[in-house]
Design a protein around this ligand. Structure first.
Ligand SMILES: Cc1cc2nc3c(=O)[nH]c(=O)nc-3n(C[C@H](O)[C@H](O)[C@H](O)COP(=O)(O)OP(=O)(O)OC[C@H]3O[C@@H](n4cnc5c(N)ncnc54)[C@H](O)[C@@H]3O)c2cc1C
Length: 414
């Protein structure tokens, strides 16, 4: 049987996983990436001996990507963020974040009844049957479960932290709690940043895989015989194509394909310091405001010895027109890391980054936009990314949908 010629469009993590899977079964794979290198949103910037991800990136230990890496013999070093120096930002106060019994007893923003209500939820969260809650929104569920507004806000803050979503009126609470359960199984910050993932996946590709950078795909025509792509103005023919690109690019190539994907944006302030002014505040979560701060260098090796790398973020929900929040994020740093400006090596502000292109929607029973990588009515074209499939989020959704796309392609081709 002659080798099937497959094009993978996009060299983010989904594209690399798809390329590796197809390469393993002997298909002839060409990857087209519009930028000058691989990684997509999992890129790491190397500057002044620091390695910065595009905003805070944590790898879920029990998630699809981590399992896929392990199954392919890829082991990456890094560490679990410590919880013992965690703060909650409530109004203008910084108090203990109830991450364990000791912090819950100590924290000042919850009264004794609220502490009991909160402890009951976290005592039972692992057992919640999330499938039954897929059609319910976070807002409706929180309103029906908790008496205390502060407990409601705190649970919502932890779901927001796990999912990157700040759109509780449409977000499926089943999907939200499922992701919280996954987060409670542990997340890791990686030494050297997420470039280590893309480097390791790229290394696994055989020389048969042809990588084409600075190669934007601008049109696509599919038929029962195969698919033709326009790449930098040239026509190229393939037996099948896997699109691993954002939903707007999928729609520009095949109009009307993705209509339901609602993105979750975050504005990120990435800060590199000569040293950490306050080693006692390595993590903070906003309770009544969608804020995040984490000293990633406290868990992972991301810069020169003794230096500090902090990610601060504002969860914007699906709203890209909100103000950019840069000043608000700097104010949290002033509060938690006073003196940080004197230690500054450099900072970078990234407004409205698409942390996910697909929010799991209650109206779609927890699906994030496109339910399957296998497009109905479009022959030999498959789509993957963090807005495709069901039951996974963020990079695990991108990974899982890439694996599923390869399975469909394999089934349909042979
Ligand atoms: C701020 C932020 C924080 C995040 N934190 C986490 C986290 O903590 N945990 C987690 O699991 N996930 C996190 N994510 C999500 C994770 O980064 C993404 O889910 C994952 O990287 C998506 O991979 P992808 O390959 O599907 O898409 P992308 O990485 O977006 O890759 C798409 C690729 O397609 C290319 N492309 C676009 N158009 C074309 C074209 N016409 N022709 C050719 N190529 C094209 C792009 O250049 C890009 O390289 C975060 C994302 C962001 C932005």
């Amino acid at each position: 049987m002659s080798k099937k010629k497959i094009a993978v469009v996009g060299a983010g993590i989904a594209g690399l996983v798809a390329a590796l899977e197809l390469d393993k079964v002997g298909m002839q794979v060409s990857v087209f990436e519009k930028s000058s290198g691989s990684g997509g949103r999992a890129k790491t910037t190397n500057r002044d001996s620091f390695n910065l991800n595009l905003g805070p990136h944590a790898l879920y230990s029990m998630g699809s990507l981590n399992k896929y890496l392990a199954a392919n013999g890829i082991e990456l070093s890094g560490n679990y963020p410590a919880t013992k120096r965690s703060a909650a930002i409530y109004g203008d106060k910084v108090v203990d974040l109830p991450v364990d019994v000791k912090h819950l007893l100590r924290t000042k923003y919850l009264n004794v009844f609220e502490k009991l209500e909160y402890a009951k939820f976290f005592g039972e969260v692992a057992k919640i049957d999330t499938e039954k809650l897929m059609n319910t929104t976070i807002t409706d569920w929180l309103n029906s479960q908790f008496k205390s507004k502060k407990v409601r806000q705190t649970v919502e803050a932890f779901v927001r932290l796990s999912t990157y979503g700040n759109n509780p009126d449409i977000f499926s609470v089943g999907a939200g709690i499922k992701q919280l359960q996954l987060a409670l199984n542990g997340v890791r910050y990686l030494d050297g940043g997420w470039q280590k993932i893309t480097e390791a996946l790229s290394k696994k590709l055989s020389p048969n895989v042809k990588m084409h950078f600075d190669s934007a795909v601008t049109s696509l025509n599919s038929s029962a015989q195969g698919v033709s792509l326009t790449v930098n103005g040239n026509e190229k023919e393939f037996d099948a194509v896997i699109l691993c690109v954002p939903p707007n690019v999928v729609n520009s190539l095949i109009p009307g394909t993705v209509s339901d994907a609602v993105p979750s944006y975050a504005s990120c302030l990435d800060v590199c310091l000569k040293k950490l002014p306050n080693p006692n505040a390595t993590f903070a979560l906003g309770i009544d405001e969608p804020l995040y701060l984490s000293v990633h260098s406290a868990a992972a090796n991301l810069g020169p010895a003794g230096s500090a790398m902090i990610h601060v973020a504002y969860y914007c929900g699906s709203n890209q027109t909100e103000p950019s929040h840069e000043a608000r994020l700097e104010k949290i740093l002033d509060q938690l890391q006073p003196g940080w400006r004197n230690e500054l090596v450099f900072k970078r502000f990234l407004p409205h980054m698409a942390a996910s292109f697909g929010t799991p929607l209650a109206k779609l029973s927890g699906a994030p936009g496109l339910e399957s990588p296998n497009l109905q009515g479009v022959e030999n074209v498959y789509v993957c990314g963090d807005f495709v499939g069901k039951g996974y989020q963020l990079v695990d959704c991108a990974t899982q949908s890439a694996l599923d796309a390869c399975k469909f392609l394999d089934q349909n081709q042979y």
